[in-house]
Design a protein around this ligand. Structure first.
Ligand SMILES: Nc1ncnc2c1ncn2[C@@H]1O[C@H](COP(=O)(O)OP(=O)(O)OP(=O)(O)O)[C@@H](O)[C@H]1O
Ligand SMILES: [Mg+2]
Length: 309
């Protein structure tokens, strides 16, 4: 993931990865782990506006009885430790105390949902692990995630089929308030052959559609500043253009958009940050489908289910 992390934090942050030799094995969902690492890296970036250093470490570690009795809920034993450290602002004791609370954020409107750390915490717990935050104002923060060692042999996941990068010629309206992200997405979609329109917020997106432009797909950020909420814009847009497909994108997984566990037919979500291949296949999947179909099952790691407790 080193490349992805580097791109996420930007050039002013130095990234160092330290992976111990003979690392033990643990069982977890690699996609969720990837998401968590990126979320933590982005938190670190946000804490280092003037630049700094991000260190990602993987090592084997023992949690002994003394540690465990202090931290109760975790059994003593062998763990694989993922530690992510930054040299940023750190957190005050008040912030630290509430940091993993869902929706707790110190970031401005449209900047953060406060779900990053709570998701990371949830994932580590769900993996049978243990999660700690160490932070000191003015010095930085270290997030430690301990995953229980398993003695099973390593399992290699089949690589996703490489022919997924397919483009098209349909019209896509990109709604994104961050100009850099917007430019990147517009660039990627144009390269894939699509006709691309852009809007900076929900109001102007709706104006484009009301003007009679036929869009085949609306690709919109979930969290944007502005009076009109994204979900309301999408509702009105689908009334205007019932055949139009909708692809949401968000840095914050499903929860905010999926109520009652499912999206409307013809509506999908792509979690940020995503690779070009992922964008291409998601767009193609939506546009190619004659009618909305549920996303493909994650066949690649269905074996994980068998080991869940
Ligand atoms: N590495 C860090 N350094 C300093 N403060 C942090 C760090 N990570 C998290 N925080 C603090 O904890 C709060 C909650 O973090 P969390 O990742 O849950 O939400 P967020 O980053 O605000 O929003 P989101 O992750 O949804 O974009 C942040 O708003 C910030 O105040
Ligand atoms: Mg965050």
């Amino acid at each position: 993931m080193e490349d992805l992390v580097r791109r996420a934090v930007g050039e002013h942050v130095e990234v160092e990865t330290v992976v111990s030799a003979s690392l033990w094995n643990t069982t977890l969902d690699p996609h969720q782990l990837e998401n968590v690492v990126l979320n933590l890296a982005i938190n670190a970036r946000d804490a280092m506006p003037g630049g700094g250093k991000l260190t990602v470490e993987l090592s084997n570690t023992m949690l002994d009885d003394t540690y465990v009795s202090a931290a109760h809920e975790v059994p003593p034993g062998q763990y694989v430790l993922l530690a992510i450290s930054d040299t940023g602002t750190g957190m005050t004791p008040e912030v630290l105390e509430r940091a993993i609370e869902p929706f707790f954020t110190t970031k401005g409107e449209g900047q953060g949902t406060g779900l990053g750390l709570s998701m990371a915490f949830g994932f580590v717990k769900q993996s049978g692990g243990h999660f700690r935050i160490y932070s000191e104002v003015g010095h930085g923060t270290t997030i430690k995630a301990y995953f229980p060692r398993v003695l099973e042999a390593e399992q290699t996941l089949p690589e996703p089929v490489a022919n997924e990068v397919r483009g098209g010629t349909e019209t896509i309206l990109v709604v994104e308030d961050d100009p850099n992200v917007q430019a990147t997405v517009v660039g990627m979609l144009s390269e894939l052959g699509y006709q691309v329109l852009r809007a900076d917020n929900a109001e102007s997106a709706l104006a484009v559609m009301k003007a009679g432009v036929r869009c085949d797909l609306l690709f919109t950020d979930v969290v944007m500043p502005g009076k009109l909420k994204t979900t309301d814009m999408v509702r009105q847009a689908r009334a205007l253009l019932p055949d139009m497909k909708v692809l949401y994108t968000s840095g914050y997984t499903q929860n905010a958009i999926i109520h009652g566990g499912r999206l409307d037919p013809g509506v999908e979500l792509l979690s940020k940050p995503y690779r070009r291949e992922k964008l291409a296949s998601k767009v193609r999947q939506l546009l190619g489908a004659k009618e909305a179909m549920p996303g493909p099952a994650p066949v690649a790691y269905s074996h994980l289910r068998a080991h869940e407790r």
